[in-house]
Design a protein around this ligand. Structure first.
Ligand code: OTU
Length: 610
């Protein structure tokens, strides 16, 4: 195998970009070619196809605006630019937060005041007509949803955000398209080339064989992984809703399309891509068709393309999988994959610790999280637009019963504080996933007196404290900074009632926003507390992503002591009891202004610094 030269890439570039592109191709070209050869090397005309791909990468690189090229150069020179303790994310729906892309621009002041430097806007491209899984069923990769604005609005917003020091993150929905995307429509019309963009089977033979080992993401709302489509004359693979058709990455054309879609959006000014459902990209009979090696090869191909054509851009893996599967999404030495990956098990374990008043699982997750190479970082978070899926903790929990008990707890059973809503119940009434706004899950919704409310606030701060001190890019979820609670309106809306994730997708609360500076209001108290925590993080360099973390041994099962470097120690009381912490017993020396023995009130958190 010989690496084709860079000619097709360079030929289409303006003179002033050639030398740098050639240098980048010399570094990343070998992996790009070898990986594509591994996946598609046996297909006819492979080398010619590869040349065409290089040419299209070159054209898109050449079309990049000067401001973006400058940013590329700056970030290539400082590949860990997003590791700082000042980096803070925020995630929201466009519609819900600002009504439109222009409306989002009007919220930049709020984001800056909070310290946000990274904004993840949930899908804003043209979705399927009708039901569309909150925008995760796309009819176009290139057109902004007309209900939210125009492509011009998107470019303008990116530029405004960039000026404000905020990077825009967009979803790139790699795994599927809507059944009314032109590819799906043409496939349904019988176009053989486009049929091959999907996994289509004439009868149930292969679907049944796959189903033996596949799991189900939406067992209640969308059971099974295949959908019969009359016009296709068969069954199409649909991991999620029946109207979301999985793409066939064994077809090289699909990969080329997605690479193009990514670079075009990057040229509009998108700086980070949340690669949706990355675990599902490659199918293999006899497995659950998740986390397959080829899925990683594909992601490494996208990374190599980005490194060549838009090195200022970050890739973020959305893989909601067990702890042991997560590190692979960063790739390996010489074969980098994503810059960022959601630490979904850390998130789930923090909530589990609140429910169990025991942080054994949380400690285990932290201790088994490997140190990442420079230029790679975790995304830490408390809530997002999706459910909390407890099953990712199965390895740490060691029993389904334990997982079930945590899920039950968050439904507000017994004298619990949580006001959660079940999601996708399994057989025999088992619930393995929970929905709800963070404030509702922490108890702010059910609090009946000042003490209960204060304890709920402390629990909200505990989970945010983990996300903010673990080391990574913490992403706040819209409204959590104001203590926004569950929105039950979805339950009476026939279009949304079947999907309880809508309980945490409320409209941004203008009234709470207006109260954020008033500490006599609940919103003002929450805002002040979260804002103070963020400010404290910013002042502490040991909270940057790359600084080593360790869990100190503590005798109390409800106490977590998380050290970062030698100048930060976070103490977290995950219980309704007082806990006496002896720093000496933990092998910790003196901390300025602290007695050797510290009393932690119920659910209290204390950040020690030196
Ligand atoms: C992602 O999520 C999105 O975040 C969801 O909003 C979409 O519905 C889904 O993809 C389809 O596009 O499988 O690997 O359990 O956690 O659906 C991630 C529910 C996913 C989500 C799951 C998810």
């Amino acid at each position: 195998m010989q690496l084709p030269n860079s000619q097709r890439l360079l030929d289409v570039l303006p003179e002033h970009l050639r030398a740098e592109a050639e240098r980048r191709y010399a570094v990343r070209g070998p992996v790009l070619y070898q990986h594509l050869f591994k996946l598609y090397g046996g297909t006819p005309g492979f080398d010619l196809w590869y040349g065409d791909l290089l040419e299209s990468i070159g054209r898109l690189h050449g079309a990049r605006a000067p401001a973006l090229l400058a940013q590329d150069a700056q970030r290539a020179a400082q590949p860990d630019w997003f590791a700082s303790q000042h980096m803070l994310g925020y995630s929201t729906y466009v519609q819900r937060f600002g009504g439109s892309l222009r409306g989002v621009a009007e919220r930049i002041t709020h984001l800056r005041a909070l310290g946000v430097s990274y904004l993840h806007l949930l899908p804003f491209l043209r979705p399927r007509a009708g039901e569309n899984d909150g925008g995760f069923a796309l009819a176009s990769f290139d057109e902004v949803d007309p209900a939210l604005g125009t492509n011009g609005d998107l470019e303008a917003l990116c530029a405004q955000l960039r000026t404000a020091g905020i990077s825009l993150c967009s979803d790139l929905i790699l795994n599927h398209v809507a059944d009314d995307h032109p590819w799906a429509i043409k496939a349904a019309q019988g176009d053989a080339q486009l049929r091959d963009y999907f996994h289509i089977y004439p009868d149930r033979v292969m679907p049944d064989r796959h189903e033996r080992t596949l799991a189900q993401v939406f067992p209640q709302a969308a059971p099974g992984n295949f959908t019969f489509v009359e016009a296709l004359g068969g069954w199409v693979w649909t991991t999620f809703y029946p109207f979301q058709w999985d793409l066939n990455y064994a077809n090289r054309a699909v990969l080329a399309e997605m690479a193009g879609a990514l670079l075009r959006l990057a040229n509009s000014g998108v700086e980070v891509f949340r690669l949706d459902s990355t675990a599902f990209l490659w199918k293999r009979e006899g497995t659950d068709s998740m986390n397959q090696p080829e899925a990683h090869t594909l992601l490494q191909v996208l990374r190599a393309i980005v490194d060549i054509a838009a090195p200022g851009v970050l890739l973020k893996a959305e893989a909601i999988v067990p702890t042991c599967e997560l590190p692979a999404y960063f790739g390996a030495e010489g074969e980098p994959e994503c810059h960022l990956a959601y630490h979904s098990t850390l998130m789930a374990a923090a909530w589990a610790a609140l429910a169990e008043q025991d942080c054994a699982m949380l400690r285990e997750v932290i201790e088994t999280t490997p140190k990442l190479p420079p230029g790679a970082s975790w995304v830490t978070y408390v809530r997002c637009h999706d459910d909390i899926g407890w099953k990712v903790l199965m390895a740490e929990a060691r029993s389904a019963q334990r997982i079930g008990a945590i899920a039950q707890f968050y439904l507000g059973q017994g004298d619990g504080f949580a006001a959660g809503v079940p999601f996708q119940e399994g057989g025999a009434g088992t619930v393995y996933a929970t929905n709800g706004m963070a404030a509702s899950l922490a108890g702010l919704e059910s609090a009946r007196d000042e003490q209960q409310w204060e304890h709920a606030l402390r629990r909200l701060l505990l989970v945010h404290g983990i996300a903010l001190s673990f080391g990574g890019v913490p992403i706040l979820y819209m409204g959590d900074e104001l203590g926004m609670q569950n929105d039950y309106a979805y339950a009476v809306d026939p279009e949304r009632a079947h999907d309880s994730r809508w309980v945490q997708r409320a409209n941004f609360d203008a009234q709470r926003l207006a109260q954020k500076g008033d500490p006599s209001t609940p919103a003002g108290r929450v805002y002040d507390a979260i804002h103070t925590l963020i400010a404290q993080r910013c002042r502490q360099p040991a909270l940057a992503a790359g600084v080593p973390r360790s869990v100190c041994h503590t005798a109390d099962p409800a106490l977590l002591a998380l050290a970062r470097g030698s100048s930060f120690l976070g103490l977290f009381n995950f219980s309704a009891r007082n806990i006496s912490v002896s720093l000496a017993a933990m092998g910790e020396g003196a901390w300025p202004g602290q007695d050797e023995c510290i009393e932690l009130a119920p659910w209290a958190m204390l950040w020690l610094e030196r």
